[in-house]
Design a protein around this ligand. Sequence first.
Ligand SMILES: Cc1cc2nc3c(=O)[nH]c(=O)nc-3n(C[C@H](O)[C@H](O)[C@H](O)COP(=O)(O)OP(=O)(O)OC[C@H]3O[C@@H](n4cnc5c(N)ncnc54)[C@H](O)[C@@H]3O)c2cc1C
Length: 384
Amino acid sequence: MRLQLSEDDRAFREEMRRFFTTEVPEEIRQTVIEGRELSKEQIVEAMRVMNGAGLAVPHWPEEYGGRGWSDLQRHLWYDEMQRAGVPPPLAFNASMIGPVLTQFGTQEQKDRFLPATANLDIWWAQGFSEPDAGSDLASLRTSAVRDGDEWVVNGQKTWTTLGQHADWIFMLVRTDPEAKKQRGISMLLIDMSLPGVEVRPIELIDGGHEVNEVWFDDVRVPGDLLVGELNQGWTIAKFLLGNERVGVAPVTATKRALARLKEVAADVVADDPLARARIAELENELLALELTALRVAAHSTDGEPHPASSVLKLKGSELQQAVSELAVDLAGPGSLASGADDDSALASWQRGSTPRYLNLRKASIYGGSNEIQRQIIASRILGL
Ligand SMILES: Cc1cc2nc3c(=O)[nH]c(=O)nc-3n(C[C@H](O)[C@H](O)[C@H](O)COP(=O)(O)OP(=O)(O)OC[C@H]3O[C@@H](n4cnc5c(N)ncnc54)[C@H](O)[C@@H]3O)c2cc1C
């Protein structure tokens, strides 16, 4: 592994740094850096600025907007983006359905969806999980039955992140109820504005609205919106889930959050050796994780992510949570004032620490729960 950047790579990094810190609106970056919630418009604007410069989907095949970069260049791109507080390209578009369509989609699907997906003209949602089908995804029950030229879809998806903003949803559906459970699943693309699609919000413990239930009641979907072969959905899902895990460990964003915490809580930390030791330990662990991220990037082949992506997901989520827990501890009683507004004498990092801590409990569940990642690490990396 190269730890020393070549002159070209250093120049590349400078170019990325300049772009992200000068071309993406300051207001969007400050929202991210201060840990406030981004609006839909801000997420769309950031992705469009990047796409305009060919920086939204550099990992796609070149014919669809990819850049043919080395793994290290891609790492630097992602790293500098997070360092500057730029929201990463919407994962459902850039890391999930985009690569799936380039690999498994028909030419018509590629032409129709890929440019709009890269530019966030279409906002995608991920419709995999259902009640009783999360970790055990193959138990999903939402059905699609062929009727003439169309599919008729019935069922319920859950935990659909930002589904309230979505235009389209990529779905796993059961197309052969008789087959062994993994073999009877297909992937469909569904326009969320079709009659029979209903999005219902799920209220979260931090008071936010981030996830939804999505219900399908006799939704009629054109037949040409099946992705890949009939009953090939499980293979496509495995391809997609591996990519998802790589994206859920925002190492640099966690480093940035820790560095900012150190800055804003300097007076609390100054005389507290225990807090200082905790920060030093987290910094070291983040450095180790950064090296793992490089290893995953350097060893992913043919679009198949390296199994170490599970280590990245596991450790990345644990460190994200540990930093948020430190913030609550450093905020002290001020962490209880999450309902206070900007007139409060308490700093916003203190007031925001509890909702953020509570929100980040999700990180060990989504993208494949950490217990499942441990099983993948045990069997595929350690050979146990
Ligand atoms: C905030 C958030 C956003 C999400 N966004 C989306 C989305 O946009 N689209 C989507 O499709 N899904 C989404 N999900 C769903 C997510 O992928 C599932 O929640 C996850 O896969 C876990 O499934 P489950 O909730 O059914 O829990 P379960 O599978 O019921 O697990 C419950 C507990 O049991 C453990 N467990 C389960 N099986 C095993 C096993 N074999 N061995 C050891 N332990 C086990 C789990 O690790 C967990 O601790 C989201 C989830 C959350 C929390």
